[in-house]
Design a binder for this molecule. Structure first.
Ligand SMILES: *[C@@H]1O[C@H](CO)[C@@H](O)[C@H](O)[C@H]1NC(C)=O
Ligand SMILES: *[C@@H]1O[C@H](CO)[C@@H](O)[C@H](O)[C@H]1NC(C)=O
Length: 352
């Protein structure tokens, strides 16, 4: 607890009073102070400061007490209706699980035609699959079945596809991955309106090892107690005033081992309806600390420019048209050079 509070205080920018005190120092030192402030601003806006600080979280966490067991998982989810196991016959390095809704056919097609078209045999060594529940209307059910037969990229379990069932959707996708795609070393959970630079993400992950739970970190978030709110959480569901630190559901990485330890913590429902928070709670119970990745945009839509798609791992809230444009920019860029400091530009000119 004390550890968390100190961390939070460290993240906050210096207060004006502290700055004024700084200004009393000799004029000759001003350029140095200016440089330091600029550096601090760069580090905090770019997210690198948070990335560094989040590394300390793992010290606060107790490490997992046991090595993941290789046995079959016992996760209480409904049976699978669609299971594209053949897609994993040659396991990808990175398996991307996209949470999608039945009516989002246009978004799924946009992903299939763009970043999702990359396969295990390309530089990204990734496989993209969609995770859905069962649509309410018979027409939608038939359309989805037809789509699944055509593309063989849909994982479906027997639950009603609703917003409040999103947690079930995530748990379904992760369970499927661990049971039917055992060779995938990393899992990436994302949504159907997110652009993912899979090649860059894979390159980044090749340098990692051990248990990993990474993404856009959210610290010190309190549950919404307003009954009419989409994200309402009752006291029975979650009693504490704050959630543990968790990674934004728009895109988080789990190494195979971390996913297994997390799923071992799943108990029978009802589950917290916020899937990303729920994974954060399970991770904490499993003793896995989340870490911040500056290049994962979270809920930001980064500046719509070539370099941003080359530098960032994700960008949120892209329409199918913008998704196609982003993909074309990325493809046409070739070896176009983009210095990393442009990350600052991508974030400063981003929107929510
Ligand atoms: C799916 O669940 C429904 C009830 O929720 C049940 O009637 C149906 O038989 C189940 N289908 C399969 C294939 O398990
Ligand atoms: C979630 O899915 C289950 C199984 O189909 C269903 O019984 C339940 O009503 C759904 N929950 C919500 C909140 O939609």
């Amino acid at each position: 607890m004390i550890c968390k509070k100190t961390l939070l205080r460290a993240i906050m920018l210096p207060r004006p009073a502290a700055c004024l005190r700084l200004l009393h120092i000799h004029r000759r030192s001003w350029p140095l102070v200016f440089l330091l402030v600029a550096l601090l601003l760069f580090l905090s806006v770019s997210g690198y400061l948070e990335e560094f600080l989040s590394g300390i979280l793992s010290i606060c966490h107790s490490t997992p007490s046991h090595v993941p067991s290789p046995q079959v998982l016992n996760v209480p989810i409904p049976p699978f209706l669609l299971s594209p196991a053949s897609a994993c016959s040659s396991p990808p390095f990175l398996l991307i699980l996209v949470s999608s809704a039945p009516s989002h056919r246009d978004r799924r097609d946009a992903i299939r035609q763009t970043w999702g078209s990359l396969s295990s045999s390309t530089a990204s060594a990734s496989l993209t699959l969609f995770v859905l529940g069962v649509p309410k209307s018979p027409e939608e059910r038939a359309a989805l079945m037809h789509e699944a037969v055509t593309h063989r990229d849909i994982i479906q379990a027997n639950f009603t596809d609703t917003y409040r069932n999103l947690t079930l959707k995530t748990v379904t996708g992760l369970t499927w991955a661990l049971e039917k795609c055992k060779g995938a070393q990393y899992l990436f959970k994302t949504d159907d309106d997110v652009f993912v630079n899979t090649v860059l993400l894979s390159q980044f992950l090749r340098g990692k090892y051990g248990l990993q739970y990474m993404g856009r970190l959210h610290w010190h978030v309190s549950p919404t107690r307003d009954r009419d709110h989409q994200h309402y959480v009752s006291h029975e569901m979650y009693g504490d005033s704050y959630f543990p630190p968790y990674c934004s559901g728009t895109g988080y990485i789990l190494s195979h081992g971390a996913a297994r330890l997390i799923l071992e913590q799943v108990r029978s429902g009802p589950w917290l309806p916020l899937e990303d928070v729920y994974i954060g709670i399970l991770a904490q119970a499993a003793g896995i600390a989340p870490s911040h990745v500056a290049k994962i945009a979270g809920s930001l839509t980064v500046a719509h420019s070539t370099c941003c798609y080359r530098i960032m791992f994700t960008s949120h809230k892209l329409t199918p048209k913008a998704m196609q444009e982003a993909w074309n920019m990325l493809k046409e860029a070739g070896s176009h050079w983009c210095p990393s400091v442009l990350l600052l530009y991508c974030k400063l000119f981003s929107s929510w």
